[in-house]
Design a protein around this ligand. Sequence first.
Ligand code: ATP
Ligand code: MG
Length: 273
Amino acid sequence: MPGTVPEQDAADERPLIELRQISKTFGAVKALQDLEVSIRPGELVTVVGPSGCGKSTLFNILAGLEEPDPGNILRLKGVSSTASDLLGKVSFMPQRDLLLPWRNVIDNAILALEVEGMPRAEARRLAMDMLPEFGLAGFEAQYPNQLSGGMRQRVALMRTFLFKRDLMLLDEPFGALDALTRTMMQRWLLDVWQKHKRTVLFITHDVDEAIFLGDRVLVMTARPGRIKLEQAVDLPRPRKADIVTSPEFIALKKTLLEAIEEESMKSFQVAGR
Ligand SMILES: Nc1ncnc2c1ncn2[C@@H]1O[C@H](COP(=O)(O)OP(=O)(O)OP(=O)(O)O)[C@@H](O)[C@H]1O
Ligand SMILES: [Mg+2]
């Protein structure tokens, strides 16, 4: 029916997820206050901000693990939701890689699928098909202690990709890696993201990483966290490694560093009081 087409177009323009007036209090600590953000389908949005400003708390809310304070508005594809409605609808890689030491690569990768009730044989088949793309072909029977840090992160990422949800949350996935491995993982992640067309929110402490990966960078304030700056990254894709030396990249970096430094100073002053 011709009449349905514009409606469909409007639906595609809708944010995938919208947060309004999100606050979160833990006892005497106000972790988030009136945070507002909306994410469009297919975007890769990076999040930076001082340590303790509430980034992981934001992700816990989006993953349905924490309920925000009353008065908040959360919408998934335009539908009002509570945080607990989001549980199981989002794929989440927490800040610490949670590989189980007694499970090999393949069985760690299928964990979320198994929890969801997929038969193990079927889940293993899906994961085996994905191994080469994640640089893990031939390592399916290895245990986490037999893998390098980069490989462990790729197993944890593979688990997150296998659990196919509209929104993917990655909390400092490369934080523990050396600079060279990290750069390689960033390029690899962009390739995988472009192929799988997923919507990603990515927390990092590394401004270069935030710009290199992101369509937008969100800078959070010192605690209580809210969005201080939303910076669009209009650098062409696919992005090559040497883009970090371009004048456009350096100008973005300057703007972002200034915003982050201002907030980091505030959190130090508060901590010193
Ligand atoms: N479950 C909890 N109970 C009590 N306080 C909490 C809880 N989770 C987080 N907090 C507090 O909320 C604040 C924000 O923590 P959060 O982990 O979200 O910060 P972050 O921005 O992710 O920091 P980092 O960059 O160091 O990972 C901190 O003061 C922390 O102590
Ligand atoms: Mg954190």
